[in-house]
Ligand binder design. Structure first.
Ligand code: C5P
Length: 221
């Protein structure tokens, strides 16, 4: 039987994953971070020193990706026997992931995996094209946005809280805007709000307020 689906899309660092995890927890649904999947392909290609413009080689990696998610807080991401939970969050991966995610055959392989995961579970899935492409029938679709400055500020505070060396807010904002621009202008499944998605501007909202808003939408269904 097909499960219930909540699709959460939006630009980089809008708080999608934080909120998606909490909504999933509330209902006992699975949480699927599709950005982590594109990041894992990117990391594997970088580790194997593949030219990221070589679409055939990058696609081959995506099609044979030994990717595994392990429940935990935070959720652990594995590539074969390598724990890549931290490695997929580096600047190097962030700077290259949009190039990899624009390759049609890479997207095809990821979307297939994502639909398989969704077919077996009640799920909250976050990404860029969940409501438009991966799960177009999802009964609840949210498009989360916030000003680029606010998103950079949140990322900065988050980095500090985690004790990671962080770029300045201005540098983070530039990187975020560049990634959004690449994701919004690619040919296949660009970052765009689905016609039937609810737009949530979180610039002035707390995490709890956003989570409660989405919980209401799920309960209404
Ligand atoms: O969500 P996150 O910021 O981790 O996503 C990293 C990148 O993966 C995005 O900038 C985008 O290039 C790609 N992505 C995508 N489609 C998705 C999820 C992520 O193209 N559904």
């Amino acid at each position: 039987t097909k499960g219930f689906q909540v699709a959460i899309d939006g630009p980089a660092s809008a708080g999608k994953s934080t909120v998606a995890k909490l909504v999933a927890q509330k209902f006992g649904y699975i949480y699927c971070d599709t950005g982590a999947m594109y990041r894992a392909v990117t990391l594997a290609a970088l580790q194997q020193k593949i030219d990221l413009n070589d679409q055939v080689k990058v696609a081959a990696i995506a099609e044979n990706l030994p990717l595994r998610f392990e429940t935990g807080d935070p959720q652990q991401v594995w590539l074969g026997d390598q724990n890549v939970t931290q490695l997929i969050r580096t600047n190097e991966v962030a700077q290259n992931v949009s190039t990899v995610a624009a390759i049609p055959a890479v997207r095809q392989a990821m979307v297939k995996m994502q639909r398989e995961i969704a077919s077996q579970n009640n799920i909250v899935m976050d990404g860029r094209d969940i409501g438009t492409t991966v799960l177009p029938q999802a009964p609840v679709k949210i498009f989360m946005v916030a000003s680029a400055h606010e998103r950079a500020r949140r990322r900065y505070l988050d980095n500090q809280a985690r004790g990671i060396a962080t770029q300045s807010i201005e540098e983070l904002q530039k990187a975020i805007e560049l990634r959004d621009q690449k994701d919004s202008t690619r040919k296949v499944s660009p970052l765009v709000q689905a016609a039937d998605a609810i737009r949530l501007d979180t610039t002035a909202l707390t995490i709890d307020e956003v989570v409660n808003e989405i919980i209401k939408k799920v309960k209404d269904n």
